[in-house]
Design a protein around this ligand. Structure first.
Ligand code: FES
Length: 227
């Protein structure tokens, strides 16, 4: 922990520093919910550049195509803290915070119900644990579950970057960033450090640098076999 960083370059890639583990994972439906299944092995390096424009011929890495495609990577997302942006839904034994920054990964939907439905039934111990799971497994960090004193149930995971694939939607998805990695805007300012968030890599998000699920509408595919 310490020097892990993602630096956003003007109209260019994400420069990753600090030897952050890189993997590919596949969103799969399982037992009425969703899991992340191991994907192809990716090379591990101390520093690497991940494509942000969606046009690299060597995905997930940048190969310079952003210059040829005149990528407009302007960041438009709010830099305000999650707690200030989030709506709060209070259930009997749980609070759900929701900033609506959705990557459409669907982990908030479990066999027992959606995160929002489950929070309303959080006086039941099982449904409360399901609500917490539906929140903490959301790669976008859209949802945070907290107890009535406001203490959140975030997992404190190791720093990791996961390239998401979504064969159920026949697309390649965003970049899941785990474990409190600092993200520095092209302006030089840092975004709020979060346990979980998903970055755009199709180049089409209207909430850059974060994923807004546009990869689905845009049929973004990085060459991953859609099975
Ligand atoms: S950001 Fe460089 S090729 Fe996409």
């Amino acid at each position: 922990m310490g020097n892990e960083k993602i630096i956003i370059l003007v109209d260019g890639p994400y420069l990753v520093q600090g030897g952050i583990r890189l993997s590919e994972k596949i969103i799969r439906k399982k037992d009425g919910g969703y899991v992340l299944e191991e994907g192809r092995a990716l090379p591990q390096r101390e520093k690497y550049s991940l494509c942000r424009c969606g046009h690299s011929k060597n995905p997930p890495f940048c190969d310079g195509q952003h210059s040829d495609c005149a990528f407009d990577g302007q960041e438009t997302a709010s830099m305000d803290a999650f707690a200030d942006r989030a709506d709060k839904l209070e259930g009997p034994d749980l609070i759900l915070m929701d900033d609506h920054r959705c990557a459409l990964a669907r982990f908030c939907h479990r066999k027992s119900g959606s995160a929002w439905e489950l929070v309303k039934k959080s006086d039941d111990a099982f449904l409360k644990s399901e609500a917490i799971r539906a929140a903490v497994e959301c790669p976008a960090g859209r949802l945070v579950a907290a107890d009535k004193n406001g203490r959140d149930y975030e997992d404190q995971g190791e720093a990791e970057i996961i390239i998401l694939q979504d064969p159920e939607k026949m697309v390649s998805a965003g970049i899941f960033v785990k474990g409190r990695i600092e993200i520095i805007s092209a302006s030089g300012k840092s975004y709020e450090i979060r346990e979980r968030l998903t970055l755009c890599r199709c180049g089409k998000s209207t909430n850059k640098p974060f994923c807004d699920a546009k990869h689905i509408k845009e049929n973004f595919c990085d060459g991953f076999e859609k099975v």
